[in-house]
Design a protein around this ligand. Structure first.
Ligand code: UD1
Length: 429
């Protein structure tokens, strides 16, 4: 992906104002794929305007669905009619993996190039393919292309070797139309999975146990249309909270509660950071301290990422950014993806005191100065931006396109709450 645009961020401003949160990217993407499971219309409300979502719409259209972007509502109508994806999108979008489950269940075959996405790890599909094989599909993987076919899917007991979010969702979508009962064991328990099950159930699927590690599905003959409002994006919310923790100020996040961002709040907790929740929105206040260039004071903390309810790996880069402003030593261990510290090397260039030992980073406040950083993935780009917001003077975060995959109007929304940020094109020599 080219680094055609960057964010120029003049850090040091306090942040004040209201932020509207919309549907979570990671809930919306599988929901859109689920729209292929019925001929009737599926409406996913409150979708964010981000490139991953628009690209997903294009993927669905490619296999034959009618996709209408009706403001924030996306209407998917019509079952898929082909299982081969030719579009270049499938290579750059990890979410093309959701096509596996729905296309096997409806068209009976699927051929797709191994999905791309963030450069944060190898991200194989073995758990997805193993599960589909247990449902009766024949799956082959050769030269980066996956080919699966099945005459009929039959319910089975599937034990996943790891609680993969995508595999849990894929296998759910494949088994709702399979004959008989499917039991998924060692499932991921993320809130986005519960949100997807809400949609599938509205469509007529018979599912129980979502949010626990065992999900049971009784296959039905067909599914109907439905309308759903996905849960709000807890990672986007956590990114605003991270920026607030660093910059100080007061923000109201509409559409999310304290409980949705529990572990993130735990990582930012200190006497300067106060959070109130009225059930519909979350109000957070971070008081500045004179002795740190008037930034909010940060406390060190230990974070270990892992499957929900452990700390979300997608929040890790933002937490690292925040902890670069803390006095004590924070210990951040990444257990989900094997290559998710690239942002730390960029932060080090700007003075962050970071030592990385395999999957663990030791982070503490260094002598920070503004400069240039290169984002290599979506959440890393958000983390670098939050880091730059805490440093006085102008920094540049290259790779705005990565951030656009998951954050709606990133610079506009941060500008609206007081951040000095603008998007600039990279000048070609
Ligand atoms: C989803 C999220 C992503 C988040 C991740 C972990 C979406 C669209 N994306 O990604 O934002 O960072 O969960 O919370 O919801 N693995 C295998 N084999 C497999 C599948 C996964 O080895 O067949 C490994 C992966 O390489 C990774 C770990 O399992 O190391 C977790 O991956 P998984 O939970 O599947 O993440 P995604 O669903 O891809």
């Amino acid at each position: 992906m080219p680094l055609e645009e960057y964010f120029a961020i003049n850090g040091g401003n306090e942040l004040f104002g209201k932020v509207e949160l919309h549907g979570a990217k990671n809930a919306v993407l599988p929901m859109l794929a689920a729209g292929l499971l019925t001929k009737e219309e599926v409406v996913v409300k409150d979708c964010p305007y981000i490139t991953d979502v628009s690209n997903m719409g294009r993927l669905l259209a490619e296999v034959g669905a009618n996709v209408l972007f009706d403001g924030r509502n996306i209407r998917v109508r019509g079952q898929a009619c082909k299982g081969a994806l030719s579009h270049e999108l499938e290579k750059v979008m990890r979410s093309s993996m959701f096509m596996l489950g729905v296309l096997i269940a409806t068209v009976g075959e699927v051929k797709l190039s191994l999905p791309g996405g963030c450069k944060i790890g190898a991200r194989p599909l073995d758990i997805h393919l193993d599960g589909l094989s247990k449902l009766g599909a024949v799956c082959e993987e050769k030269d980066g292309v996956v080919f699966c076919h099945a005459k009929k899917l039959k319910g089975a007991k599937i034990l996943m070797r790891y609680p993969s979010v995508g595999a849990t969702e894929n296998l759910l979508m494949a088994s709702v139309l399979a004959e008989g009962k499917t039991t998924l064991v060692n499932c991921a328990r993320e809130p986005e999975i519960i949100s997807l099950v809400e949609l599938l159930r509205k469509m007529g699927a018979k599912i129980s146990g979502e949010g626990t590690s065992v999900i049971e599905i009784d296959g039905v003959k067909e599914l109907g249309g439905a309308t759903v409002k996905p849960i709000a994006d807890r990672i986007v919310a956590g990114t605003y909270l991270g920026a607030l923790a660093v910059c100080g100020g007061e923000l109201v996040l509409n559409g999310i509660g304290k409980n949705d961002v529990r572990s993130t709040l735990f990582a930012f907790q200190n006497r300067d950071f106060q959070v109130y929740d009225d059930g519909l929105s979350l109000r957070a206040r971070a008081t500045r301290r004179k002795r740190y260039d008037e930034l909010s004071e940060q406390l060190a903390c230990d974070v270990i990422t892992g499957p929900y309810p452990l700390f979300a790996t997608d929040m890790q880069p933002v937490v690292c950014a925040v902890k670069c402003f803390a006095d004590g030593v924070s210990r951040v261990k990444e257990t989900v993806f094997e290559n998710r510290f690239s942002h730390l090397f960029e932060m080090k260039k700007l003075g962050a005191d970071v030592v990385i030992d395999k999957d663990t980073a030791l982070i503490r406040r260094g002598d920070l100065y503004p400069g240039d950083m290169i984002a290599k993935d979506l959440r890393g780009g958000a983390g670098l931006s939050v880091f730059a917001m805490g440093i006085k003077g102008e920094s540049r975060v290259y790779g705005a396109k990565y951030v656009d995959r998951g954050y709606e109007n990133f610079e506009e929304n941060f500008k609206n709450i007081g951040c000095d940020i603008r998007r600039e094109p990279v000048k070609k020599c």
